[in-house]
Design a binder for this molecule. Structure first.
Ligand SMILES: Cc1ncc(COP(=O)(O)O)c(C=O)c1O
Length: 457
């Protein structure tokens, strides 16, 4: 059959509150044009993030009822540990309440101000956690990954030659670990090939540098390997996942993505000394080492989510639905990051709005317009997110994108058809869209709480 259907039936529904354009114009003005500040009830289709927004399955809700809330040694922790170990068997597993808590603990323990951390592309919380230790985060994605129009099967790949040069320049003693983000969220949700993971590992091995994977979307990455990397077409996804992690010394994870859960994360590693220090830090900041800031029921839901996320019918539908939106808006002429990412479609706002310079945040302007037009909430991934340097200077990000992140198992194809219609309408009126400025901003992660206004207001 050509039609790939949602491989689930809907048992429980939540209403969407319909709004008019006038109402939305007022809501976004009241929110200082920051989509994070909107009330979610004022949003029709919420594509702000795929993080923590998954619909849970009946099996997950069942597991929640069975969650055991013992402070220490809960069976829910062991159920969680078994599910993680099946996919990514590191020696030490440290649950955390979400991904950034894992990053914070890791970098507090391993990084200091003379250090440099390479990654294909740091996600903003990863970068902020590196920088909060005074260390420097550097992105070394392949050149193809910085060109939104170029079609390449693995645009998330690490530039291996650049990594070699980077190690030569900064010295092994100043690089406590190397990271690889799969899929590469800030670079368009693009996957990393198995060959590239292997090559990154070889470089790290040659210099004795540990390799950590930012594993948030590991299952989507594995599916792309199955679809696109010669030699893996008949390999079960679970085997691909196990091979990916066999090349790493540890990982950080947000279970809010490919854990199919609404909260949770973990840090895992093989280095015992680091693990001991990380656990001590965990107890100080998150909680005891068998719950790490989560309830037992959360751990149980993640355990089931990890079984479901590697089901091939699910992954086939998941990647096909992202591709569906990308294909239709691209056919309407809207410039998007090609090819479609795993969890999101990234509109190239810099190309769509060439009259708005990067320092006037074309991505933010476009995201605001999508909300006004159809109540769609996307997320700027560009200069508003990445443009502010630690020294307070501002420069254009590599790209100005608007990410439409698709929550897992939440929306139907009719919702996606509506998204295509709204994006196309905004595209047709693109010349009317104006640039923006910050009217108030915090020193770090400014996109969350900053306030915007129109440039000529
Ligand atoms: C690649 C990547 N790393 C880390 C994180 C941080 O995870 P969390 O939001 O659970 O703190 C995210 C969240 O979006 C992400 O996409």
């Amino acid at each position: 059959m050509k039609t790939i259907i949602e491989p689930f039936r809907i048992k429980s529904v939540e209403p969407i509150r319909m709004t008019t354009r006038e109402e939305r114009e007022q809501c976004i003005k009241d929110a200082y044009y920051n989509l994070f500040t909107l009330k979610s009830e004022d949003v029709l289709i919420d594509l702000l993030t795929d993080s923590g927004t998954s619909s849970m399955s009946a099996r997950q809700w069942g597991a929640i009822m069975e969650g055991d809330e013992s402070y220490a040694g809960s069976p829910s922790f062991y159920r969680f540990k078994e599910a993680v170990d099946k996919l990514m068997p590191f020696k030490y597993l440290i649950p955390t309440h979400q991904g950034r808590a894992a990053e914070s603990i890791l970098f507090t323990v391993v990084a200091k101000d003379t250090h440099w951390i390479p990654n294909n592309t740091h996600f903003d919380t990863t970068r902020a956690n590196v920088e909060s230790q005074g260390a420097t985060a550097v992105d070394l994605v392949i050149a193809e990954g910085r060109d939104p129009e170029l079609i390449h099967p693995f645009k998330g790949n690490m530039d291996i030659a650049a990594l070699e040069r980077f190690i030569g320049e900064h010295g092994v003693e100043n690089i406590p670990l190397c990271m690889l983000t799969i899929t590469n969220n800030s670079g368009g949700g693009q996957p990393v090939s198995m060959e590239n993971i292997r090559q990154t590992r070889e470089v790290c091995d040659r210099h004795g540098i540990p390799l950590f994977i930012d594993a948030c979307r590991f299952a989507e990455n594995a599916w792309f390997i199955k679809l696109r990397e010669p030699g893996y077409e008949n390999t079960p996804v679970v085997d691909i996942v196990q091979e990916m992690f066999s090349y790493a010394d540890g990982c950080t994870m947000s279970a809010k993505k490919d854990g199919l859960a609404n909260i949770g994360g973990w840090l895992a590693m093989n280095n015992e000394d680091w693990a001991v220090e990380c656990r001590n830090r965990l107890i100080l900041t998150e909680g005891f080492s068998t719950y790490g800031g989560l309830s037992g029921r959360d751990l149980a839901a993640i355990a089931v989510g990890l079984e479901e996320v590697v089901e091939e019918d699910y992954l086939r539908y998941r990647i096909a639905s992202t591709d569906y939106v990308a294909r239709h808006i691209s056919e309407a002429g809207v410039p998007i990051m090609q090819p479609a990412g795993g969890h999101a479609v990234y509109i190239d706002a810099r190309r769509l709005l060439p009259h708005i310079p990067p320092l006037h945040y074309p991505g933010q302007s476009l995201a605001v317009e999508l909300y006004k037009q159809g109540g769609i909430r996307g997320c700027e991934i560009g200069t508003a997110m990445f443009g502010l340097r630690p020294d307070g200077k501002e420069e254009p990000a590599h790209m100005d994108l608007v990410r439409l992140a698709i929550p897992r198992r939440m929306y139907t194809q009719a919702h996606m058809d509506y998204v295509v219609e709204v994006v196309t309408e905004v595209y047709e009126r693109r010349d009317e869209i104006r640039g923006m400025k910050f009217i108030r901003q915090p020193p770090a992660l400014r996109r969350f709480t900053g306030r915007f206004g129109y440039i000529d207001a």
